[in-house]
Design a protein around this ligand. Sequence first.
Ligand SMILES: CCCCCCCCCCCCC[C@H](O)CC(=O)SCCNC(=O)CCNC(=O)[C@H](O)C(C)(C)COP(=O)(O)OP(=O)(O)OC[C@H]1O[C@@H](n2cnc3c(N)ncnc32)[C@H](O)[C@@H]1OP(=O)(O)O
Ligand code: NAD
Length: 311
Amino acid sequence: MVFMAKYLVRAFSTSLGRHSPIKTVAIIGSGLMGSGIAQVAAANGHTVTVVDQTDEIINKATAAIKKSLGRVVKKKFPDDPKAQQTYISDVMSHLTLQTDAKAAVKSADLVIEAIVENLEIKRKLFASLDKAAPPNTIFVSNTSSIPIRDIATATNRLDRFGGLHFFNPVPVMKLVEIIRLPETTDETFTALESFGKALGKKTVQCKDTPGFIVNRLLVPYMLEAVRLVERGDATPQDIDVAMKLGAGYPMGPFELLDYVGLDTTKFIVDGWHQRDPDNPLYRPSEILNKLVAENKLGIKTGQGFYSYNNK
Ligand SMILES: CCCCCCCCCCCCC[C@H](O)CC(=O)SCCNC(=O)CCNC(=O)[C@H](O)C(C)(C)COP(=O)(O)OP(=O)(O)OC[C@H]1O[C@@H](n2cnc3c(N)ncnc32)[C@H](O)[C@@H]1OP(=O)(O)O
Ligand SMILES: NC(=O)c1ccc[n+]([C@@H]2O[C@H](COP(=O)([O-])OP(=O)(O)OC[C@H]3O[C@@H](n4cnc5c(N)ncnc54)[C@H](O)[C@@H]3O)[C@@H](O)[C@H]2O)c1
């Protein structure tokens, strides 16, 4: 009986995914998140165009996607280099990377924004995409920390606007949060839900509340970790060991900050401080500001709280 129920749930979710109305996807931003989302969307049969600012950035993103696919195929087709190569070529054939955002959105069912965590830059982008995309195209932001409404009001399509919050690394992390505005229609929400499922993710729904679900709980934890170091109570190394071995986290908070990117982290904290200036938890961090000023942004630049130059 339990087996039958599980079978039916699985069959239903798979069929939801297969009937996703979203086939063609434009992703703006090809960094950590944009490239990961693009990879997973292409691997699940979507036609994907990824946009970034320069050819140099696009080339880096292409290399990152191929590297990540290399890890996927080793698991999927162990000891079969031909099948590995065929899979990578097939996924790459669903992907185009380029620099023209307006052209990319012209035939897109869904536009996913994954650019720098800055409200004004996101609003400017969406205002221009709103004019270029067909009226039925759904827009979402992958923002970690900015209210979706603040971004969405740059457009005239609040009914076809939402948040799709993916987690890093996208090919591995199983969750997508779907953020719904009061204006987001049921049709838009259902399309986003079936898109998430088509990508093999578990979806959860949340209102447009600060941090949504995961970051509402994760950000204060990470902030407290930084405050422990600032007070001289413990080192980043010991805190990381403690949280991995004592709390079972796959990464300690400082390893995770380096993984997320300290530039993105600073944008998140500064934004929350601006929105809630009296909350002492969000006050600027000297340690973080110094690392960012020195371009020590974590794994992406080879140095953050830890050094990655020999890895
Ligand atoms: C005052 C200032 C204070 C600042 C505080 C403010 C804080 C703000 C920070 C909030 C940031 C929010 C960001 C965002 O909005 C939300 C997020 O995304 S939060 C991040 C969520 N992610 C995590 O928590 C990741 C935790 N880590 C892990 O799960 C694992 O460590 C790992 C990353 C999966 C790596 O696992 P390991 O075992 O260590 O390493 P392996 O290399 O062996 O990998 C395991 C397994 O995964 C496969 N894999 C890993 N990476 C990729 C990839 N990019 N592509 C494809 N596959 C990948 C790898 O092949 C392994 O597979 P296996 O061999 O096991 O089958
Ligand atoms: N890093 C994470 O762990 C993580 C997790 C979930 C969500 N997010 C969110 O996803 C978004 C992207 O984060 P990221 O870590 O991928 O950042 P990133 O810095 O790795 O990549 C951002 C990319 O956007 C590009 N870009 C900036 N402005 C652009 C524009 N106007 N047009 C086209 N491309 C532009 C940049 O060139 C860069 O390649 C942010 O909103 C962030 O908060 C990040």
